[in-house]
Write a protein that binds this ligand. Structure first.
Ligand code: URA
Length: 269
């Protein structure tokens, strides 16, 4: 293969990955496009399981969030013990992760169980599968910098994913996989009880807000979700892997503003 063909293939792969992280069906011309403020300014009402966010594209009305996999009240009152118990129940019972045969680690989550700010990504990648910790590859390094840029520290936040084992060949988790593994994340959120959840990219945003609206429309707008008796605002922003590919001042500023908003909501500023 010539060098130019290899370079074109690499560029094509990067573009597909960028589309995947953005949910390109919702973002006309997203490949290579920088994000303008107008493109992201549409506000959405607060979402709850009883009155979910209006789907601003009007096609599929969002559904209520499913129930958490385990009622958090049935777990230990101590958050650390409850998270440990939840982790072992997930390892025994998750209908998605127990059926995966290709992963090395179950990447349950990491950070301060008492955190005010919780970040939710999509699924572990190769480095996360190797180490058993979320966001430790290149996207994780950028996430650490993003976290520090708004005055937080990695140790002071909690980081989890919708899907807790690495999808084969890093493919996007399907909505069905999110439906099966996602309720464990909901239980995790309800145990930690953060003051705000930051959804990183299209997949967690679509699951947590039960919407088909794209991330560029939703980012920066806080929408409240309800998990049992717990309700929490969700602030969607771009996935750090997308930021790595679109390393423009506009995209970086957009993410920084989203994170500042999340920090303000959490009262940590
Ligand atoms: N991307 C994610 O969405 N989650 C991780 O844990 C790592 C990369």
């Amino acid at each position: 293969m010539s060098r130019s063909t290899a370079a074109m293939r690499m560029a094509a792969r990067a573009m597909i990955e960028t589309d995947r992280l953005l949910g390109v069906t919702d973002v006309p011309g997203a490949v290579g496009a920088s994000v303008s403020e107008n493109a992201v300014a549409a506000p959405v009402p607060e979402a709850t399981s009883t009155a979910p966010v209006t789907d601003t594209e009007g096609s599929n009305p969002p559904r209520p969030l499913p129930a958490p996999a385990i009622d958090p009240v049935s777990l230990d009152e101590d958050v650390v013990a409850a998270l440990e118990r939840l982790e072992s129940l997930h390892a025994e019972r998750c209908g998605h992760c127990t059926n995966s045969t290709t992963h090395r680690s179950v990447v349950f989550g990491d950070g301060d169980p008492h955190a005010s700010v919780m970040f939710v990504g999509e699924a572990p990648g190769a480095e996360e599968d190797r180490t058993g910790r979320p966001f430790v590859g290149p996207a994780g390094e950028l996430l650490d910098r993003m976290i520090e840029s708004v005055g937080l520290s990695r140790e002071g936040v909690y980081i989890g994913n919708i899907i807790k084992v690495r999808p084969q060949e890093n493919r996007t988790p399907s909505p069905d996989e999110c439906e099966v593994c996602g309720p464990w994340l909901l239980a995790q959120i309800a145990v930690i009880r953060p003051r705000v959840v930051v959804a990183l990219g299209a997949t967690p945003t679509k699951y947590l807000l039960q919407t088909t609206t794209g991330i560029t429309r939703l980012r920066g707008c806080s929408s409240r979700i309800r998990i049992g008796d717990f309700s929490v605002p969700v602030v969607p922003t771009f996935h750090p892997a997308y930021v790595l590919r679109q390393y423009t001042p506009e995209v970086r500023r957009a993410v920084w503003e989203d994170l500042k908003q999340a920090v303000a909501i959490s009262g940590e500023d």
